[in-house]
Design a binder for this molecule. Structure first.
Ligand code: NAD
Length: 439
């Protein structure tokens, strides 16, 4: 096995042990675009730099990856900064379990890249980034003081990066965790109202999903939502207002499922008297994909579109809020396309989650134009117009929609910020020059 395989195959806590033995607490990998190489802060970690450079799927020339082990409890924390032409690398902090260092790295790389595309396609002046904190068996997850300490250290870490990465809430983190991060850094968005933030974006996200559905219906010549049957997977924070908006649009019927009994009971009460069915299912039950409907709306977890589910789908359109719906981006995008099912890429329809909080620092107005234009039918970059553009380009080129949307987003993500230019990369260069890893 090559040397880099040795390091990336370690369990995260074994890797932390290796770092401690080598007296490394902070380390980085940065891409040098002129030389086409990845530099490592420490010679002992060069094998990981080589691993990144040799990777053809996820690395995609990330501008900088920065890591630390926390002073308390030895937890591995990282910031993955993919591309910062349009602005600072922005994306939430995930707190998750990883079997190996490779799994951890790949998840961060993939998610940061996804944020670059989501932000660019939304026309936001943000780049793409992601924070990841690895679950550490030495830390009791629900012990508030331990947890607070970890998130405060993450806040200090983000501050030390001088703004090339902007964090937010994501899977595995809560409002309280974000309050702890916020106590140590200003480089954070999507904070609670009480701290001057924009609060929960779920209602706006649901409105965005409706726009994606309307564009897909228009594209397919099926008209509008009136009289349609919509199947919704998950009845959580986004799906519940989504169902309400669907009824406002006079859909014929909504069929929904969730694995959580209480949530199913709650929506049944909420939509009593409407043409609405909701049932509890087990997480591995794929029978819901065979439901007769016009639109299937994934609003639960990712990777639900795969060979098994795609072959049984009866819907004509897939459009929902869940992140990373395709299990394998290329394979599943292509097979939906071949089956003639219109897939509205998730990073396009669920953009309101980030749009809602992206410009928090500019304050709030009622009916904010900078938010509402994304939900309009006429703004060139609205969800509706972008979805139409993607689906039409897909039809013309024969490429499936997610690949088409990524190509458009990729191009947009290379546009420099109109005022600050490619400042994120300048910040990264300053960190390297100031030997960030030794401070
Ligand atoms: P949520 O946790 O409130 O709701 C998700 C629901 O899905 C839960 O009720 C859960 O029990 C259910 N669920 C989980 N696995 C399931 C399964 N196999 N089958 C059926 N139901 C299942 O989350 P949310 O905020 O409503 O977000 C839904 C999705 O949209 C997530 O993937 C999220 O990452 C994504 N998203 C949300 C926002 C937002 O503004 N909240 C923005 C962008 C993307």
């Amino acid at each position: 096995m090559s040397q880099h395989k040795d390091l990336v195959c370690l369990k995260p806590q074994e890797f932390v042990g290796f770092l401690k033995q080598n007296r490394i607490r902070k380390f980085f990998f940065v891409y040098d675009p002129d030389k086409g190489i990845v530099r490592s802060s420490h010679p002992q970690l060069q094998p990981i730099a080589d691993f990144l450079l040799s990777d053809k799927r996820d690395f995609m020339q990330h501008e900088g990856l920065f890591f630390q082990i926390t002073r308390n409890y030895g937890t591995l924390q990282g910031a993955f900064i993919h591309r910062t032409h349009r602005g600072q690398g922005s994306g939430g902090l995930r707190y998750w379990h990883y079997a190996t260092v490779e799994d951890f790295l790949r998840d961060g790389l993939r998610l940061a890249k996804g944020m670059t595309f989501k932000n660019a396609l939304a026309g936001l002046w943000w780049g793409g980034g992601k924070g990841i904190m690895v679950h550490n068996p030495a830390v009791e997850l629900h012990e508030p003081n331990m947890r607070a300490s970890l998130f405060q250290e993450f806040g200090e870490f983000v501050t030390s990066l001088r703004g090339c990465y902007i964090t937010a809430e994501d899977v595995g983190t809560s409002v309280i965790d974000m309050a702890n991060v916020f106590s140590k850094t200003r480089f954070i968005t999507c904070i609670p109202y009480e701290f001057g933030g924009s609060g929960n974006p779920s209602v706006a996200t649901a409105k965005g999903v409706v726009c994606g559905m309307e564009a897909a219906l228009e594209f397919t010549g099926l008209g509008n939502l009136k009289g349609k049957t919509v199947a919704v997977q998950g009845v959580g924070h986004v799906a519940t207002p989504l169902i309400e908006f669907l009824f406002e649009k006079n859909v014929d019927k909504v069929i929904a499922w969730d694995i959580d009994v209480q949530r199913v009971t709650r929506v049944k009460e909420q939509f009593a008297g409407k043409p609405f069915e909701a049932s509890v299912i087990s997480p591995d039950d794929v029978s819901i994909f065979q439901t007769d409907c016009d639109i299937f709306a994934p609003c639960a977890t990712g990777a639900i579109l795969n060979p098994q589910t795609i072959s049984s789908l009866k819907a004509k359109i897939i459009c929902g809020a869940a992140n990373n719906q395709l299990e394998d981006d290329d394979r599943d995008d292509q097979s939906l396309h071949e089956r003639g099912i219109v897939f509205v890429p998730d990073f396009l329809t669920n953009r309101m989650g980030i749009v809602h909080c992206a410009n928090e620092q500019y304050g709030y107005v009622n009916h904010d134009y900078f938010i509402e234009r994304h939900l309009s039918k006429d703004w060139e970059y609205s969800i509706y117009q972008t979805a139409l553009k993607v689906l039409q380009a897909s039809r013309e080129t024969g490429d499936p929609p997610a690949r088409t949307a990524i190509r458009m987003a990729d191009e947009l993500s290379l546009e420099n910020h109109p005022i600050f230019g490619h400042r994120g990369q300048q910040i990264i260069a300053s960190l390297v020059e100031n030997r960030w890893h030794e401070q």
